[in-house]
Ligand binder design. Structure first.
Ligand SMILES: NC(=O)c1ccc[n+]([C@@H]2O[C@H](COP(=O)([O-])OP(=O)(O)OC[C@H]3O[C@@H](n4cnc5c(N)ncnc54)[C@H](OP(=O)(O)O)[C@@H]3O)[C@@H](O)[C@H]2O)c1
Length: 246
């Protein structure tokens, strides 16, 4: 039985991932902002077979409150084997171009809060010399595009942070998994009108997350074809890239 902390547990991707863990009889500590949604998810996971579930509310931007929540999760579950960090907001790029306050808010939620959580978690996992830190970044962090470069820059910061953390923790036998989904049909992307062939359902991404944790992967694109797409996008010369409408 694995002891699993999920931060951003009301996210569509996290919820479906938690269902897979529950069906395997794992113990889960769920953290999110919305207490009512958390209770509903907890009840569902109990029915699906989770050996134990508990919840706590946290606005991840409240960095000072993070340590107490992590301590609570450790106490409730009797330690931690896996942490999945899944919260995020799809920034309003137009607003961020007009407002430094909006830019800072997006960075606080999508980058700083995650790096703060990882700073706390890395030290306990390093001392314990076991476990997995799995974090949802995004393909958007692989190259900034005019349509969402604030969100992309925040995810790029998370991706770079995870790369360094993985190197640091490798000698302590701690796995650090960078999860890079492409387009996923969730509440975050509800405003996108035309969802074409590149779009995935949360179930497919969740299955990929659990598989990557089990296989102790380092970086995973979900679905896998995004690795090829981003390889191409990363290699487009700037002279051409700046003229594209992406
Ligand atoms: N959907 C995509 O196309 C896509 C692609 C690549 C990466 N991702 C990443 O995948 C992860 C999961 O997103 P999703 O697609 O499952 O979207 P989602 O269902 O909208 O989930 C986002 C979650 O983040 C939580 N959240 C936002 N701000 C928070 C805060 N300050 N404190 C605590 N929780 C906060 C939201 O909680 P509330 O309900 O309380 O707002 C919500 O549960 C995110 O990191 C996202 O950036 C998504």
């Amino acid at each position: 039985m694995k002891k699993i902390l999920i931060i951003g547990a009301t996210s569509a991707i996290a919820e479906v991932t938690a269902r897979i863990f529950a069906a395997r009889g794992e113990a889960l500590f769920l953290v999110a902002r919305n207490a009512e949604r958390l209770q509903a998810i907890k009840a569902d996971l109990d029915v699906r077979g989770a050996v134990r579930t508990a919840t706590a509310t946290l606005d991840v931007a409240d960095v000072a409150a993070q340590q107490a929540i992590i301590d609570q999760a450790e106490r409730e579950l009797g330690g931690l084997d896996i942490v999945l960090i899944a919260h995020g907001t799809l920034s309003d790029q137009g607003e961020c171009e007009k407002s430094v306050a909006a830019l800072r808010r997006e960075f606080e939620v999508n980058a700083l809060s995650t790096m703060a959580l990882l700073t706390i978690l890395a030290n306990t996992f390093e001392a314990r010399r076991t476990g997995t830190l799995a974090v949802i970044s995004s393909v958007a962090g692989d190259r900034g595009r005019q349509s969402n470069y604030v969100y992309g820059a925040a995810k790029a910061a998370v991706t770079a942070f995870l790369s360094g953390l993985r190197q640091r923790l490798a000698k302590s036998n701690v796995d650090v998994l960078t999860i890079k989904p492409g387009f996923v049909d969730t509440p975050m992307t509800a405003n996108v009108a035309n969802k074409g062939a590149l779009w995935a359902k949360p179930d497919a991404v969740a299955a990929g997350i659990v598989r990557a944790i089990d296989k102790r992967r380092n970086v995973v694109y979900l679905p896998g074809f995004w690795a090829l797409i981003m390889l191409v996008i990363k290699h487009i010369p700037e002279a051409i890239f700046k003229k594209l409408k992406l």
